[in-house]
Write a new protein. Sequence first.
Length: 235
Amino acid sequence: MLASLVLLVLAQLPCANHDALMAAAVERAAVFDLAGATKRLAEGNSACPETAVAYWYLHGLSAAREAYRYGGSPDSLEPVKLAMAELESRSGRVPAAEIARVVLQAAASAAQSEREEMGVLLEHALGLEGKARAPGSSGAPIVSAYEVAGDLWLQVHRFDDARRAYIAAGERVGATRRVTLGLARTAARLDDLSAACDQYRVLVSDWPKAGGEPPELTEARMFLRRSECRAASRR
């Protein structure tokens, strides 16, 4: 009996600081600092599968966004493929790993502007996440597949699809800052300036004091200087 308890404790040791690392990563991701969130997770023990899944997922998301700048060239997508392989190797132990892997597949397609393929992959990822969340389990770690769907449609300039995705994300995971920013950006692209002003205003007013000054906050403040936003605030 004692030997069994010792083995159980030893098995759980690699994940002893998982919750603290995840909380720190969530805090950074909430202010659009994926690099900082990934760094927090890298401080953990790679033997903990849940921490590793979150790390490779965020690492892959950042790499896919960077690959978009290079047209999704084979070299630029190598870090994304590595992340997908790492997630696949853990999918049997961590259910969220498969959701994360499919999201990264969609992000890789977005980097190559393969919109139709991206859409099919996103639909699959959202289906997986919907099933995972139904019984109360979590979906993709830290940044939900619902939120990424909006980001990717926005990235490939499908603004109506992006807006629908962000609205769905808000219904599923709540009005996160990522959703608020996405709704502001899509409204601006669709010339719905009143809605864009409203969403940017929410982002600025709810910004935490310890959130720093990321480019997204500067973007919001710059937009709110527009005459349309100032006129609306005076009503």
